[in-house]
Design a protein around this ligand. Structure first.
Ligand SMILES: [Zn+2]
Length: 334
C-alpha cells in the first residue's frame, strides 16, 4: 500500500510517539506489495512481536466494534444505579483482597501463545472475576492471522479496548491480558469479568470449528478452576450493573451495563454446548489429577523398594514406565 507523503510524515510522528510509550508499531511492505504490521508485546521470556496483515488491522480500526468497552460508567444507566453497581464491586474488593500488584513474571495458559499487550488494561482494584464473558470480534475468522490482527489492534493505545484471550474458529489462541488484570471489554462489568474474544463475523454461519470449540471449552474450564467460578450460565442485573449469579455469560446479555453490544449474536444458542464441554473437561482433569497422584504414590513406593534392595526386574520396569507416564503429564513428583 502506498501512502501519500504527508500521511507518511504523520504516521512517522505517531509511531515515534508510541515508541516513547514503549510501544513499537512497524509497517513492512513485502516484495509482493502486501503490508504487515508488527507490534512489540511481552512474551513468557521477554519482549516478542506479533505480526498481522495491515489491511486486517486497519479494518478493525475502522470498525471500532467494541467502542466504549473501557468506560465503567456506560451511557443509558442513571448515576444512582451505577453507584449501586460500584458498591457491589467495592464490597467484593473488601472480601477478595486480590493483590493490587502481582509479580511481572508472565504466566502461561496451556494451548495459548502469551502475547501480553502493554496498554489498554488496568488494575482489577482487588476484585476477583465472577463472570466469564464470550464475545465475537465481528472480524473474519482467519486462524492465527486473524488472532494476531486483533492482538495488534488491542496493542494500539487508540483502541481503548482489549480482552484476556483471542481465539480463532480452529483454536489458535493468544493470551493478551493477564487474568489478574482488568481487560477493557464489557464496560461496567470489566472488573468482574474474564473475557474471550472469538474471531467470527455475524454472517459467517459458524462460531467455532471443533478445534476452536475444544480450545474455548478448555479455557473456560481452566478459568473456572483458577477463580472458583461455577461452570453454569451466569446472570446479571442490568438495571444497576450487578452480578446476581456467577458463571458464563455472553456480551449481549450484559445490555447497556456492558456497553450495549450485540455480540455474541447470532451464536447465543452455542453457549450451552460450550458449558457442557467445559464441565466435562473439569471432570476429566479432576480424574486425571487423581490418577497422577496415584502414580506418584506408586513411584515413591517402588523407588523405596529399590533403595531397600528389594528390587526385581518387574519393579524396575514398573518404575521406568511410571516415570515416563508422569514426565509426559508434566507431573512434578518425578
Ligand atoms: Zn463483545
Amino acid at each position: 500500500m502506498k501512502h501519500p507523503t504527508t500521511l507518511r510524515v504523520w504516521l512517522t510522528i505517531a509511531l515515534v510517539a508510541l515508541a516513547a510509550l514503549g510501544i513499537t508499531v512497524n509497517v513492512f511492505t513485502g516484495e509482493d506489495g502486501s503490508t504487515t504490521i508488527t507490534v512489540k508485546v511481552k512474551g513468557p521470556s521477554g519482549p516478542t512481536t506479533v505480526t498481522a496483515p495491515e489491511p486486517a488491522v486497519e479494518a478493525l480500526e475502522e470498525d471500532r466494534h467494541h467502542d466504549g468497552a473501557a468506560n465503567e460508567r456506560p451511557e443509558g444507566i442513571p448515576l444512582e444505579k451505577l453507584i449501586e453497581g460500584e458498591a457491589q464491586r467495592e464490597a467484593f474488593a473488601e472480601r477478595d483482597q486480590l493483590p493490587l500488584t502481582t509479580p511481572d513474571a508472565a504466566p502461561q495458559t496451556p494451548g495459548c501463545n502469551s502475547r501480553f499487550i502493554r496498554t489498554n488494561y488496568s488494575s482489577r482494584g482487588r476484585v476477583k472475576p465472577r463472570l466469564i464473558v464470550l464475545h465475537i470480534t465481528v472480524s473474519p475468522d482467519r486462524g492465527q492471522s486473524g488472532v494476531n490482527a486483533n492482538t495488534a489492534w488491542f496493542a494500539n493505545p487508540a483502541a481503548r479496548v482489549s480482552s484476556h484471550y483471542i481465539v480463532s474458529g480452529d483454536g489458535h489462541c493468544n493470551y493478551v491480558v493477564r487474568e489478574v488484570d482488568n481487560a477493557w471489554t464489557q464496560a461496567a462489568y470489566n472488573r468482574l469479568s474474564l473475557s474471550i474474544e472469538i474471531t467470527a463475523t455475524q454472517s459467517q454461519g459458524y462460531l467455532l470449528r471443533s478445534g476452536g470449540h475444544a480450545k474455548v471449552s478448555r479455557l473456560v474450564a481452566g478459568m473456572a478452576k483458577r477463580w472458583g467460578i461455577p461452570i453454569r450460565r451466569g446472570a446479571v442485573n442490568n438495571s444497576n450493573c450487578t452480578v446476581t449469579r456467577s458463571g458464563i455469560v455472553d456480551h449481549v446479555q450484559l445490555g447497556k451495563c456492558g456497553g450495549n453490544h450485540s455480540d455474541i449474536n447470532p451464536y447465543r444458542g452455542q453457549i450451552p454446548k460450550i458449558i457442557k464441554t467445559a464441565a466435562k473437561v473439569r471432570t476429566s482433569s479432576a480424574n486425571d489429577a487423581r490418577k497422577i497422584a496415584k502414580w506418584c504414590r506408586s513411584l515413591r513406593i517402588t523407588r523405596a523398594q529399590v533403595r531397600d534392595g528389594r528390587t526385581t526386574p518387574q519393579r524396575r520396569s514398573r518404575a521406568r514406565s511410571l516415570k515416563t507416564l508422569l514426565i509426559n503429564r508434566g507431573a512434578p513428583c518425578v
